[in-house]
Write a protein that binds this ligand. Structure first.
Ligand SMILES: O=C[C@H](O)COP(=O)(O)O
Length: 318
């Protein structure tokens, strides 16, 4: 990965000056909603690119070593070999960006990837995911344990209470503790935007998370009623841009939750390119957190290559 965001001292004056123009954000979001996806012949290439941004995720109560093993194999080879061959792409060139699992399944994922002789980051959610309502020591310990088990990326959730009540200093301090518990592992900070009250709170929480040294800011856990939306993405992307212009540190963006179709994934790529520029179209700075998106992308690629849609047995791993 490229240089990490080291964070900066908490700048409460900057935080207090933030105002977001809701109408302007909603108008901009309509622009993305109405965008046309790339023409058929470019589409498959963009879809393959989208695959490389996916944090292939399973976060279910019934996760077991065997379904995590299967998830890892799918992440290592996300698109059928013969389909890649027909597109003149080497299979080594296409993996997902990472797999993302609960802390208790990190060791299973690390073992599965090692057994497959592959190299792929394992991300663990942590800090009392999804609600973040456990004592601070427990949340910090969870990060330490996930790193010890081999996670190289930690998706932490913020304490929404602190954001909703404007306790920015306390939030900053908690996040600094998580960042130091992450050590060399990259920290993705989940704002759980569906639980926040206004775009201004989303922008302020983004800013404080970046000041505390987050490598990525992420929209959602996938468990809130509202997850990744274009308006909220625009607000977070603008916070990332402002932070970069002011500090020179690039922070990544990860929309997550409810992103399920190939078409949507292409609109997300367009949004990132327009809001943050091509530099952000790299797995170092952009991820899509999704559990079922890959299946639809592979189906669309299959259609592109063969001219018809796959039946279940033709894409059994999807
Ligand atoms: O971080 C990733 C999300 O939990 C995935 O959400 P999803 O199951 O709606 O794709």
């Amino acid at each position: 990965m490229s240089a990490r965001n080291p964070g900066i001292s908490l700048d409460l004056e900057w935080v207090s000056q933030v105002r977001v123009n809701t109408q302007a954000v909603l108008r901009r979001a309509q622009h993305y909603q109405a965008l046309k996806v790339p023409k058929e012949r470019w589409q498959a290439a963009w879809l393959l690119k989208a695959v490389t941004f996916i944090d292939l995720t399973t976060l279910s109560g019934d996760d077991t070593p065997s379904n995590v093993h299967r998830l890892c194999l799918k992440a290592i080879q996300p698109v059928r070999r013969d389909l890649l061959h027909k597109m003149n792409v080497q299979r080594e060139e296409v993996t997902t960006a990472a797999v993302c699992v609960y802390p208790a399944r990190v060791a299973d994922a690390v073992a599965a990837i090692k057994a497959a002789n592959a190299c792929l980051p394992v991300a663990s959610v942590a800090t009392g995911f999804p609600a973040g309502q456990t004592p601070l020591e427990t949340r910090v310990e969870e990060v330490v344990q996930a790193v010890a088990d081999g996670a190289t990326e930690i998706d932490i959730v913020i304490n929404r209470n602190l954001a909703l009540t404007g306790q920015w200093e306390a939030l900053y301090q908690e996040l600094c503790q998580f960042r130091s518990a992450c050590a060399d592992a990259h920290m993705k900070t989940i704002l759980a935007v569906g639980d926040l009250d206004t775009f201004t709170t989303v922008y302020k929480a983004s800013l404080v998370s970046m000041m505390a040294g987050s490598d990525f800011i992420k929209t959602s856990t996938g468990k809130e009623a509202v997850n990744a939306t274009f308006p909220v993405a625009i607000v977070m992307a603008r916070a990332i841009r402002d932070y970069y212009l002011s500090t020179g540190h690039r922070v990544g963006f990860k929309p997550a939750g409810g992103i399920r179709t190939a078409q949507e994934s292409l609109l997300w790529l367009a949004l990132i390119k327009e809001e943050l520029g091509s530099d952000w179209l790299s797995p170092h700075l952009f991820r899509i957190g999704a559990s079922s998106l890959l299946a639809d992308i592979e189906r669309q690629i299959y259609h592109h290559v063969t001219g018809h849609y796959a039946s279940y047995q033709e894409l059994p791993m999807a």
